[in-house]
Every structure is written in C-alpha cells, then in structure tokens.
Design a protein around this ligand. Structure first.
Ligand code: XMP
Length: 320
C-alpha cells in the first residue's frame, strides 16, 4: 500500500506536468485497467478529461449502470463522461455472423468507429489516455501465444482518425495487482477493482454462433446467477475466471406437462495465474446445483445447464 500510495501521488503530479492545460480523451471499458487509468487522470486534471464509454450490447448484466454510477454525473469524479448506446449498431453488424474471428474483427472495428465518431464531436484533444499495463507491453512485444490463436491483444489497436499529440499511459510499469491497489487508493469501489477479466468482444465470444439480442439477454441472466452463487464463496475459493456461456445447442426437456426444446447453458470456472493454461476449479456441489436450479427456473428459454470440465489446453477459457 505504501508503494501504491506514493505511486498515485507521484503519477498525479507527473500527469499534471505533462498535460498542463491540455485536453485528454480516454476510452473507458469499465475494466480494471481503464477504470484506474481514468481515475488517475480524473484526480490529476478533472474536467480536462473526457471519458467515452461504449455500450456495445455485449456487456454483462448491469455493467453499464455500474460504470455510469461511478464515472457519470453525480459519481465520484468531476470529469466529462459520455456513455454511448451503440447496442443496435453492433447487433446489426453481427447479424448472420457465426465465425469467432469475424465476430471479433467486426466488434473491434465497430468499436474504433464509434469511438472516432465521438472523438470528432468532442473536437481536438491533446492527449489520448490508455490503460496499457506492463504485461500488455511485454506480450505485444513478443507477439504472445494468445495473439496468434485469438486476435485479442489490446495494444496497437489505436483509432487512426482521432487527432491527438501524445499518448498517456500511466499504468505502463504496473502489474495487475498493483493496478488494483492503485484503484483502491483512488477510492474506486471494490467490485470494480477486484473484477475478473472480461474480454473486449464481451458476451459475443460466450455465445456460440450468431449473436442476437435475445441470446445476449439469456447469457446475461444466466451469467449473473452463476456469478452471484460463486461470489458467496470466500475469496480464497473463488476461481480466476467464471462465467456462463450460451451453447448453440437446443435439446428436449419437460416443464409441467409440456415438452420443451430450449438452450443449454455451459458454466465455466477456471483457476490460472497467467491465462495461458488453466485448471478447472473444483467447486462445492451446492454451488453447482443451486446455480443450475436457479438458471433453469429463472432464465427463460434455458432447460439444461452443463459444467465445462475441460482444462486449457486443449480447450480455451472462452468458448470462441
Ligand atoms: P482464451 O479463451 O484464449 O482466453 O483461453 C484467455 C484470456 O483472454 C481473454 N480473452 C480475450 N480478451 N479480447 C480480450 O480482450 C478477446 O478477444 C479475448 N479472447 C479471450 C479471456 O477472457 C481469458 O481471460
């Protein structure tokens, strides 16, 4: 804590010096890194900062509301905050798309486009802020394994139509744990700071095959229940990453006297340190059965829940 205490103070000073009375633009995803980056800048330059948060319609349940509560009007920071509801745009682009890499590519490109449009409305800025952390720098330099298998490294994908003089990356020397600690120092809520990783393409890669708003709603509801049940466990028993995915499989079930033909949800829970390999987390039976029961009872169009018992490799953590 002592170390991060002085990191926050020193970085705020540095940012003030570097930015002067310039304007800063920051793309806020709601993840740990971009949130801490935004909080640092907010503390350093306040209203000179504009944060743009894009709801691509592939966020977890209530995620947008949570981000808006912290960074929006009446929240903890005195900044300019723009929340873009781009859900329909993304759904339209994704209609009919079934290949994982096409889905990723479409989402990545559309995201840049939305961001550029917002930047254009804001007008000239002096700095673009990014929550790049040390492992991102190393991985992209080495062209890490994951970048080859799935195109998901976040470094290097800069919007080329946004005019700015320099990049600001205040977290470039930090490891994830240090970023979380800095977030706590900055007064960010614990649910934001201790968040598990969530991929840029969001729920799109947890829905096998075509993404539709209906499928997003199903996976959001199932995932919220799964996380709620797992979060009842003490911190030390919690997996590194845990979520629900919507398989593209429908199967026969029975509800009262009726035959159903509905979707199967897959639950995932893995323990890992580097996300390059992962073990299946052994969870209490009660956690599994309660979650499964709740999901079939509370989520419409789901009549089966399965637990993914595969390590990485050969499976990946995400489903696409
Ligand atoms: P996989 O599925 O490759 O995931 O075993 C390893 C870690 O990377 C995350 N992941 C992504 N993150 N964009 C991201 O920002 C992506 O396209 C993407 N795909 C996977 C995944 O959540 C896990 O933490």
């Amino acid at each position: 804590t002592w170390k991060m205490d002085s990191f926050v103070a020193a970085t705020v000073e540095e940012l003030r010096k570097k930015i002067g009375d310039g304007r800063v633009l920051c793309a806020l995803s709601g993840g740990v890194d971009s949130s801490v980056c935004a909080a640092l800048l907010a503390k350093a330059v306040g209203r000179q900062l504009t944060c743009v948060f894009v709801d691509h319609g592939l966020l977890r349940k209530n995620e947008r509301e949570q981000v808006c509560e912290v960074f929006g009007e009446g929240g903890a920071f005195d900044i300019n905050f723009i929340c873009v509801d781009a859900r329909d745009r993304f759904y339209q682009k994704l209609a009919g798309q079934t290949a994982p890499e096409s889905k990723r590519k479409i989402i990545g490109e559309e995201f840049i486009r939305v961001f550029e449009e917002e930047a254009k409305k804001i007008g000239a800025v002096d700095f673009l802020a990014q929550g790049t952390i040390y492992p991102d720098v190393v991985e992209s330099g080495l062209g890490g394994e994951s970048a080859v298998i799935k195109s998901h490294h976040n470094v290097g994908g800069l919007p080329d139509k946004v005019d700015f003089k320099a990049l600001v990356e205040p977290l470039r020397d930090l490891f994830k744990d240090e970023v979380r600690q800095a977030g706590r120092e900055l007064g960010l809520p614990e649910y934001l700071v201790s968040r598990q990783p969530f991929p840029g393409p969001g729920l799109a890669i947890r829905i096998i095959g075509e993404v539709t708003p209906e499928k997003v709603a199903i996976v959001q509801d199932a995932d919220a229940i799964w996380r709620e049940e797992v979060d009842k466990l003490p911190m030390s028993q919690r997996p590194s990453q845990y979520f629900a995915a919507l398989t593209n499989m429908q199967s026969v079930g029975v509800m009262g006297d009726e035959r159903t033909y509905d979707y199967a949800i897959a639950l995932r829970a893995v323990t890992t340190t580097d996300f390059m390999t992962a073990e299946v987390t052994l969870l209490p039976t009660e956690t599994l059965t309660t979650a499964a029961n709740r999901i079939v009872n509370e989520v419409k169009n789901v009549n089966r829940v399965m637990f993914d018992y595969t390590t990485k490799p050969p499976a990946t953590i995400e489903f696409e």
